[in-house]
Design a binder for this molecule. Sequence first.
Ligand SMILES: NC(=O)c1ccc[n+]([C@@H]2O[C@H](COP(=O)([O-])OP(=O)(O)OC[C@H]3O[C@@H](n4cnc5c(N)ncnc54)[C@H](OP(=O)(O)O)[C@@H]3O)[C@@H](O)[C@H]2O)c1
Length: 347
Amino acid sequence: MQALTTSARPRIGWGLVGAGGISDAHARALSYVPEARLVAVGSRDVAKAQAFIDKPRGDESITEPVRAHGSYQALVDDPEVDVVYIGTPHPDHARTMALALAAGKAVLCEKPFTLNRREAESAVALARRHGVFLMEAMWMRYVPAMVELKRLLAEGAIGEPVSVSADFGFSAAGLPATHRALAPELAGGGLLDIGIYPLNLAAFVLGDIVGVQADAELGPTGVDVHTVFNMRHAGGQRSHGMSSLRATTPCRATILGTNGSIAITPPFYAAQQLRVSRGTRPWEETPVEIVDKPWRGNRYVHQVEEVHRCLRAGLAESPVMPLDETVALVGWMDTMRAQFGLRYPGE
Ligand SMILES: NC(=O)c1ccc[n+]([C@@H]2O[C@H](COP(=O)([O-])OP(=O)(O)OC[C@H]3O[C@@H](n4cnc5c(N)ncnc54)[C@H](OP(=O)(O)O)[C@@H]3O)[C@@H](O)[C@H]2O)c1
């Protein structure tokens, strides 16, 4: 892949697909990265794109002119857009990735990457065929506390990692059945939306997953509203994840090792602090070392910097969230859904 040269274009131009909630957070993240420039927003409705750009935000997220486009195709065709950020509901991801990759644009696509493994494989094959950069927006992996977690584990701070457990839940009781978290046609359900974080953390810490056992309660709209899963990793370790739309959970994650443990101060997916306990004495007798690693700007800044780092280096994917791993994790969610009987319309 050709590296984006710093001399020809000192700043990297971003285009946002979908004038919704997460695109807003991403626009803010871009404003904290001096070499990023938001150049365009694409919506199915040009007036909505313009309203997104003009919205008073009470901060300095958008200070330069930004173009509004009335279709996702027009956004990906914008010559000033180097990277397309896809912030649409899950079922749209594969389609919009195909548009952007065919236009030769680098892509950062929100999680879950796609609805299922088949779609994920096609997107990755297309990126490889066109020789363009593609990355799942698994921002959790890039925050400084997660980088520190990996460093501590690699230096053996808690011995050999044995197990990971993590939960992510919020009560969706106040949401209408048409909300994307609950609507089957928008691939609602806790596993794809938030269960992906415990799943991803387990793989990040313990490596490849080789087996899963999942069970879920399906809610009135037919999607999973409380989901538990056990995983087996290639090295023989076990991990445990949970997602819930029925109950707000503490969003804890704990990594156990043969010589200690690390608790990520909640919420684990937006980590800023680690609590490290070293040794094999009983838990209540073990001192806790606090390691503070706050984000800079907002939580999504670090993944933007990773995209830039990869593009400057001419990489077609991030070594921190490799595409084959993204595909494999989507595949494990397929397996879990098959176990508890959830298929989405059109699958
Ligand atoms: N990384 C994170 O922390 C994080 C947080 C929240 C969400 N997400 C992910 O980001 C994605 C979007 O989530 P969101 O909460 O931002 O969603 P949202 O606000 O409901 O929708 C985002 C935008 O998607 C576009 N869209 C395209 N097809 C649509 C359809 N059929 N129905 C509704 N909207 C459609 C709309 O933009 P236009 O009308 O402008 O075309 C909408 O404003 C999801 O995949 C979610 O998992 C990630």
